[in-house]
Ligand binder design. Structure first.
Ligand code: NAD
Length: 484
């Protein structure tokens, strides 16, 4: 497939809703457009998924056969890596190297979960109970791990191939049928991935893609009584709406990978070269549009000024630009909406009297670029400090001691990730226990591996992705009792 073929195909895709333009965030030009699939298309997709589940065409396939299909998907993603990376860069504005990395992480999702297909197992229990009826004490109990029939997979624009693979690979390994909804801003790579699934041998009706807005297609999935489970990645606000929709429909099970406002704590004794380089990268990468970005840095008083200066200098040295420009390290924000949102937070901060150490403005060029922004003198009760901005904006505050660092770091409704930089081994492990976050990095940040579970504390999520826990999210446990 060529890029042009994808742009044409999506334009021709049938739909019944609004026509949605797809914008290149680096140039603000329209790339193509598509028609929102509408509610009926979601109903049809759910019906196809249900039928495929009931037929057993996928969930009853021998696990080793499912594994071969998943492995083939991975190989086909690799074979198509150039077009996938090109589409990812074009649609999400990523520098080419970052887009290529995301695609290779994508194929590895399928290889990793291909291995799990043949390792889904329950437990057998040596039962001592006599049973409530007291009739017979010779009982046996065991568990079966069974896939949900129909799962809804909904994800955001910030890493389209990554998010697609993170949801499809474990749900297919488990044996689920699905309705898949990429973000309306970035559906281009999903067109190629949809073809790859079919070419690899995922049977018709097992993975059904719908493309449309969240309030139309997404809401229709979450309200549908035949969708047994929704796995969602996105904002906490939409996560809350999905929980409500589940309550008002069929109490579908839900896993949520939501927003974050992750703290990075730098102690006086830290390796400052490494800590400030990684913390800068960890907040400005992808223009701050990664859920785990460390957008609140806390530096101990002795190194505070130095941390502020170094992070600001790193921010000033990062070259921003579109994927076709040379030497670019950071791309644009995804949309005009996101640009207005990020600038809105910065302007609010300015009128509240925060100090803008660097940045605080969009670049004087086309594209949704915001200069990496470092803010100090920020009140901990302000929206800037408390709310997820999802842009290249970091606040840096000083602290005196470990207790104050922990209190500041935990002063958030989010709990996705946290980082501590210190050479004191005891303190590192002490603080790992005290930080309220689903992932804690000790002298490292933004770690990722397919085999390591990932999930949020507090309002950053429910459940886990990656590793065995990520597979379990798509399996139900059935308990079988037998009289012997
Ligand atoms: P979003 O919540 O606005 O949208 C995410 C997806 O949900 C999109 O596909 C959208 O169309 C859909 N959606 C919107 N409204 C819906 C509704 N009412 N019902 C069903 N679906 C609906 O998020 P976004 O702005 O696209 O992405 C940014 C957010 O994603 C940030 O908050 C970020 O932290 C979060 N995120 C979290 C993780 C994680 O793993 N924790 C990873 C990436 C992004």
């Amino acid at each position: 497939m060529t890029v042009q073929a994808v742009l044409d195909e999506i334009r021709e895709r049938p739909g019944t809703g609004e026509v949605i333009p797809i914008i290149d965030p680096a140039t603000e030009e329209q790339i193509t457009e598509f028609t929102d699939c509408g509610t009926e298309a979601v109903n049809d997709a759910v019906a196809r998924a249900k039928e495929s589940s009931e037929s057993g065409v996928w969930k009853l396939l021998p696990p080793s056969e499912r594994a071969k299909v998943l492995w083939k998907v991975a190989d086909l993603i690799d074979e198509n890596k150039d077009i996938l990376a090109e589409l990812e860069a074009l649609n999400a504005g990523m520098p080419p190297g970052q887009a290529e990395m995301i695609v290779s992480v994508g194929s590895e999702w399928f290889r990793y979960y291909a291995g799990w297909c043949t390792k889904i197992e329950g437990i057998a229990v040596d039962v001592n109970a006599s049973g409530l009826t007291g009739i017979d004490s010779r009982l046996h109990a065991y568990t079966l791990k069974e896939p949900y029939d129909v799962v809804g997979l909904i994800f955001p624009w910030n890493g389209p191939v990554f998010n697609f693979c993170a949801k499809l690979a474990p749900s297919l390994a488990a044996g689920c049928s699905s309705v898949v909804k990429p973000a309306e801003e970035t559906p281009l790579s999903a067109i190629v991935l949809e073809r790859i699934l079919a070419e690899a041998g995922v049977p018709d009706g097992v993975a059904n893609m719908v493309i449309g807005y969240g309030h139309t297609a997404g809401a229709a999935i979450t309200a549908h009584p035949d969708v047994d489970k929704v796995a969602f990645t996105g904002s906490t606000e939409v996560g809350r709406a999905i929980v409500a929709a589940s309550g008002q429909s069929n109490l579908k099970k839900i896993t949520l990978e939501l927003g974050g406002k992750s703290p990075v704590v730098i102690f006086d004794d830290a390796n400052l070269d490494l800590a400030t380089a990684v913390a800068s990268f960890g907040t400005f990468i992808h223009s701050g549009q990664a859920c785990v970005c460390g957008s609140r840095i806390f530096a101990q008083r002795g190194v505070y000024e130095e941390v502020v200066q170094r992070v600001a200098a790193m921010g000033n040295n990062l070259k921003l630009g579109g994927p076709k420009e040379d030497g670019v390290m950071i791309g644009p924000l995804i949309s005009q909406k996101q640009l207005s949102r990020v600038l809105g937070y910065i302007d609010q901060g300015k009128s509240d009297g925060v100090e803008v150490v660097t940045g605080g403005h969009r670049l004087d060029r086309t594209g949704y670029f915001v200069h990496p922004t470092v803010l100090t003198n920020v009140s901990t009760s302000s929206r800037l400090f408390q709310e997820e901005i999802f842009g290249p904006v970091v606040t840096i505050l000083p602290f005196e001691d470990e207790d104050e660092a922990v209190a500041l770091a935990n002063d958030s409704t989010y709990g996705l990730a946290a980082t501590a930089w210190t050479t004191d081994l005891g303190r590192a492990h002490r603080i790992a226990k005290r930080l309220k976050a689903g992932t804690v990095g000790l002298n490292c940040q933004m770690q990722f591996d397919h085999s390591v579970p990932f999930g949020g504390y507090k309002q950053s999520g429910w459940g886990y992705e990656s590793g065995k826990a990520g597979l379990d999210a798509y399996l139900q446990t059935k308990i079988v009792w037998a009289q012997m």
